[in-house]
Write a new protein. Structure first.
Lengths: 113, 108
């Protein structure tokens, strides 16, 4: 079955450490996205990529980095520069053409102490 | 003004009730529109796309009013399993803009 896989589901890190969240899709989608969700808030866009080897900053990119070396993979690194990294991180993908909804992975819940 | 505004709720309704959610969006360049549902501590899942003429999918009906920049979702014959947060999502260029959602609680 096609889908998006995020791993791990839960992640715990100490403050000051970088951490990389994995996102893999086998839907053959060109576009991939990373969102962050905090309790009681909507999803906020961190980074997105429309094509391999290219990506754009979203609304809250500071303290994060991404790469898109393969169509299937879009890992997100949460760096020590991110002031409030504890959150629910959601990866999504879509076709590039218009009117294409996003398909989400199950999410990674990151806790930094 | 927020890009997407929704009544946060919660809407508490009995099984079998009809309930309607409204949403307004600020960007007139929005091209496509979607409703997602999100269960507690889970990822959002696409409920339905919204077409200009309005569309229906079983118990769910979506309406779009571009002139007023307003989208609605009607749920008929509510089920316990409909309890979730409903997210109104306009698309601008290649980005989807998520509202904070409206929480629905269906009780027996």
């Amino acid at each position: 079955d096609g889908g998006i896989t995020q791993s791990p589901k839960y992640l715990f890190r100490k403050e000051g450490q970088n951490v990389t969240l994995s996102c893999e899709q086998n839907l053959n989608h060109d576009a991939m996205y990373w969102y962050r969700q905090d309790p009681g808030q909507g999803l906020r866009l961190i980074y997105y990529s429309q094509i391999v080897n290219d990506f754009q900053k979203g609304d809250i990119a500071e303290g994060y980095s991404v790469s898109r070396e393969k169509k299937e993979s879009f890992p997100l690194t949460v760096t020590s520069a991110q002031k409030n990294p504890t959150a629910f991180y959601l990866c999504a993908s879509s076709k590039r053409e218009g009117r294409s909804p996003l398909h989400f992975g199950n999410g990674t819940r990151l806790t930094v102490t | 003004r927020k890009e997407v505004e929704q009544d946060p709720g919660p809407f508490n309704v009995p099984e079998g009730a009809t309930v309607a959610f409204n949403c307004t969006y600020s960007n007139s360049a929005s091209q496509s529109f979607f409703w997602y549902r999100q269960d507690c501590r889970k990822e959002p899942k696409l409920l339905m796309s919204v077409y200009s003429s309005g569309n229906e999918d079983g118990r769910f009906t979506a309406q779009l009013n571009r002139a007023s920049q307003y989208i609605s979702l009607l749920i008929r014959d509510s089920k316990l399993s409909d309890s979730a947060t409903y997210l109104c999502v306009p698309q601008v260029s290649d980005k989807l803009i998520f509202g904070t959602g409206t929480r629905l609680q269906v009780f027996p």
